[in-house]
Design a protein around this ligand. Structure first.
Ligand code: URA
Length: 432
């Protein structure tokens, strides 16, 4: 006779515990994550539990157990055999955030292995893989053997898709949270990000926790709690973890959209590019290099001299891309002009992110393809003086019928005034 598996808990009891604001035990958490991954706990039940967590929270021990259980749901990579120290970076996501593109080859050019297992964009925030796919031939999917080869004896930097085997419980749960309004919750965000990052196995991790309209965390206090939670999770798991809180009230750089962001990243690697992109790239590189035992390295000098460009080219070629090939261009363009002279006193990240997404640069549903040349070029940034009639933004799309809705998203998202109060600092705080 076939043996029936006896489950250790009743799902309804686990949901009721959290619904009533009580603590979940380690055994309950281990079981519920495993049973959800196996399909015993249904999506409806997990949605109820996620909402109970959203409303009642979890304490540090519960978050740590939840993270460990999600790591245990899949495989872990081990970079311990590599001849180079490893350092990883994760950004909680923003508008115009192309920092991984110059950062990975920059840090690798100092002899550090940089495994950047990245995602695709959904909603108004772009995805690093979508951006790199604007380079002809570039492939996001690599085998674990190929990743190890590039990190160990190749150029040292890999930006690729996380395999299905890493934290599968999180993949399932993240998709469920996305459609049940349970994304925006510190314990669930922290455990989601850190389960994947710890399973990736890098010895050190630098977190870029974004704050502002274009980020998950709209205010500094909430972002600080998220950063502190993730740093504690990393340390508990033995990963050297540091977080920077950085401003996302206005887009990073002057290009928002896939091909535009790649070309801006190349400008930065050539020693130019917008000051904010350079500042954040250098700050994150310093943290990664220090964590990897190279505090004497000077990433600002390396960027300014173009020294990391060879590593960029090697990184793109190692994944089938042609770094010299022209990038995709949109077929249609539309300019938005200043109606008066003054100073651009506000440029809202969320408005620009949604507008760029509506040009076709992002996807509305998982699995849709994106337009590689679509997006927005920002000809002025907060603090810049503008004159009436000057072009403020250029919208790019293959489908001109998209411009009207993109313009609607931009409306009210920028302001020209007589004076400017001063830019917010880009790097708000450091948490270690
Ligand atoms: N990114 C993730 O991987 N998980 C979240 O919950 C939020 C952002």
């Amino acid at each position: 006779m076939e043996e029936t598996m006896i489950e250790a808990f009743d799902t309804v009891d686990v949901i009721r515990t959290k619904r009533d604001g009580e603590e979940l035990s380690t055994a309950q958490i281990d079981w519920v994550i495993d049973a959800y991954t196996r399909g015993w706990v249904t999506n409806e039940q997990m949605a109820a539990l996620a909402m109970a967590v959203f409303i009642n929270g979890m304490n540090r021990r519960e978050i740590f157990d939840w993270t460990k259980a999600m790591i245990a749901s899949g495989e872990c990579l081990d970079f311990g055999s590599l001849p180079r120290p490893t350092a990883d970076k994760h950004s909680t996501g923003g508008v115009g955030d192309k920092i991984t593109l110059p950062l990975a080859p920059l840090v690798a050019s100092f002899g550090v292995a940089v495994p950047q297992l990245s995602g695709r964009g959904l909603g108004h925030t772009g995805g690093t893989l979508d951006k790199l796919e604007a380079i002809p031939g570039w492939q996001a999917d690599l085998s674990n053997e190929k990743i190890m080869e590039i990190l160990g004896t190749g150029c040292g930097a890999v930006v690729c898709a996380a395999g299905a085997g890493l934290a599968p419980a999180d993949k399932k749960l993240y998709a469920l949270r996305d459609v049940t309004s349970t994304v925006d919750c510190v314990p669930l965000i922290a455990s989601s990000i850190m389960s994947k990052k710890i399973a990736e196995g890098s010895a050190s991790l630098v977190l870029d926790v974004k704050v502002g309209s274009g980020a998950f965390m709209k205010n500094v206090d909430k972002a600080r709690v998220l950063a502190e939670t993730m740093v504690a999770l990393g340390k508990d798991a033995g990963t050297h973890t540091v977080a920077l809180l950085t401003d996302m009230s206005t887009p990073l750089g002057r290009e928002v959209g896939n091909a535009g962001e790649v070309s801006e990243a190349v400008e930065v690697l050539a020693g130019g590019g917008p000051a904010d992109v350079v500042e954040l790239t250098v700050a994150l590189a310093r943290e990664m290099l220090t964590a990897a035992g190279k505090p004497e390295a000077d990433p600002a000098k390396a960027l300014a001299s173009g020294a990391a460009m060879d590593t960029w080219r090697a990184m793109i070629r190692a994944q089938g891309g042609d770094p010299e090939a022209p990038l995709a261009k949109a077929k249609e363009h539309m300019e938005v002009k200043a109606e008066r002279s003054g100073v651009l006193s506000r440029l809202d990240a969320l408005s620009v992110g949604v507008a760029s997404w509506r040009t076709g640069a992002g996807r509305a549903r998982p699995g849709e393809s994106v337009q590689l040349g679509a997006g927005i070029t920002l000809h002025a940034k907060p603090g810049d003086t503008v004159t009436a009639g000057q072009t403020l933004f250029t919208l790019h799309s293959d489908e001109p019928q998209r411009f009207a809705r993109a313009l609607e998203a931009l409306e009210g998202g920028w302001e020209i005034s007589d004076s400017f109060e001063g830019a917010r600092p880009l790097i708000i705080d450091r948490i270690s």
